[in-house]
Write a protein that binds this ligand. Structure first.
Ligand code: 13P
Ligand code: SF4
Length: 388
């Protein structure tokens, strides 16, 4: 528990177990549906070109297990008028073979605001699906697994933010998109790891203040604080994946892989950022590889990210000391197939909360597009940060 005396956490919000969501309204036998999908000559013909895309990271032995589901999902997408928004942490077969739009949290939010299809399937976690629903309230937004949460989103509630605002009146509240709709609804603006520095500085300027509340990721807040003169009031949330990396891990990688370029995500502890070569959002890491083409690279982040960047850059060697996000990994081809077949699990938001949350997300999207914010340890300034 961090700082304040707070109300107990409410149950996970944003997903309503309707008859459709529990599958009771649908008489289809999903397990049987999967068994009926086989790797035959038609599936092979439909998916051969996709396999060429991923053959560096998926073995020919594995492919026959994926291909029938991939073919079925791509057919169902057309029937349902659906698109799949795939986050960089999706496994390679999802990201590259069924994802229609791929990218980091900011990129996917921008896509969600402009999608013309009737159905959005979020190949990512709950908070991302909620963001899509907030931005496209008239669309049906589906999250393929109810287990796809996020330790950061679970670390803070809307009530917590309301209490913080009472305690610190006049100080703007920036919340990371890795939060529930209730938390966004209490915020002045959202940010992602791609634009956090820009958002903090813009908001401080607009409000004429020298301090900003940045919730809920303690490490992101510390990494932002090291790049700005604005004082940051931070919460103690952590990403359960990125908090596991240590400076010793980086030292070991450098010893065993001399010359490898080390790229880290800003949800990592600041001590890890300080000894990495570059720190940025998943999108910024991907761009770094695209622009600099290092011979050998290490992505200090979720495991699937390396495979997805490797698909686009077969000439780069990826060393993979990584940790899996158990929530992201709940999204499988089977779960996406079931989601499209039975239209589950639909994200349903309270319209009042959704409208308030939309103001915070829209405020972020209205900022001029800037190159992804880089957390450069060589340009670190003395940071002013207080945990609240
Ligand atoms: P990005 O905004 O960098 O895509 O990160 C999202 C996330 O969940 C990182 O853990
Ligand atoms: Fe949340 Fe971390 Fe998983 Fe991203 S990697 S979804 S921040 S738990």
């Amino acid at each position: 528990m961090v700082g304040l005396t707070l109300l107990p956490r409410p149950p996970k919000s944003g997903l309503v177990k309707t008859a459709r969501n529990t599958g009771q309204a649908n008489s289809l036998n999903l397990a049987k549906g999967h068994h009926n999908l086989v790797y035959d000559s038609q599936v092979k013909a439909e998916t051969d070109a996709l396999y060429q895309r991923v053959n560096k990271v998926i073995s020919p032995l594995e492919w026959p297990a994926f291909a029938p589901l991939i073919a079925a999902i791509n057919r169902l997408k057309k029937e349902r008028d659906a698109v799949i928004l795939a986050h960089n942490y999706m496994t390679a077969e999802i990201f590259n073979c069924v994802g229609d739009f791929r990218g980091d949290s900011l990129g996917l939010a921008r896509e969600a605001a402009n999608v013309s299809a009737k159905v959005i399937v979020q190949a990512g976690v709950h908070f991302m699906a909620e963001t899509s629903k907030i931005l496209s309230p008239d669309k049906m937004v589906l999250i393929p697994s109810l287990e796809a949460g996020c330790s950061l989103a679970a670390s803070i509630t809307g009530e917590d933010v309301a209490l913080i605002k009472q305690r610190y009146p006049g100080i703007p509240v920036v919340t990371y998109v890795n939060t529930t709709a209730e938390v966004k609804a209490q915020s002045d603006i959202c940010c992602t790891s791609s634009n956090a520095i820009q958002v903090v500085e813009t908001l401080a300027r607009e409000w004429g203040v020298d301090q900003v509340i940045l919730l809920p990721d303690e490490y992101l807040a510390k990494n932002v604080a090291a790049q700005t003169k604005i004082k940051i009031l931070a919460w103690g949330g952590k990403c359960e994946v990125h908090e596991r990396f240590t400076p010793d891990d980086i030292a070991e990688i450098r010893a065993s892989h001399p010359g490898a370029v080390i790229l880290a995500h800003p949800e990592c502890p600041p001590e890890v950022v300080a000894v990495s070569d570059f720190t940025g959002s998943t999108g910024a890491m991907s761009d770094y590889v695209e622009v600099h083409r290092p011979k050998k690279v290490v992505l200090i982040t979720e495991c699937s990210m390396s495979d997805n960047v490797a698909v686009a850059h077969p000439d780069v060697e990826f060393i993979k000391p990584c940790h899996l996000c158990p929530h992201m990994k709940m999204i499988t081809l089977e779960a996406i197939y079931d989601a499209l077949l039975t239209l589950r699990y639909e994200v349903v938001l309270d319209p009042v909360i959704s409208a308030r949350a939309k103001k915070a997300v829209d405020a972020m999207l209205a900022l001029p597009s800037a190159p992804a914010g880089i957390f450069d340890p060589t340009r670190a300034v003395p940071s002013h940060l207080e945990l609240i």
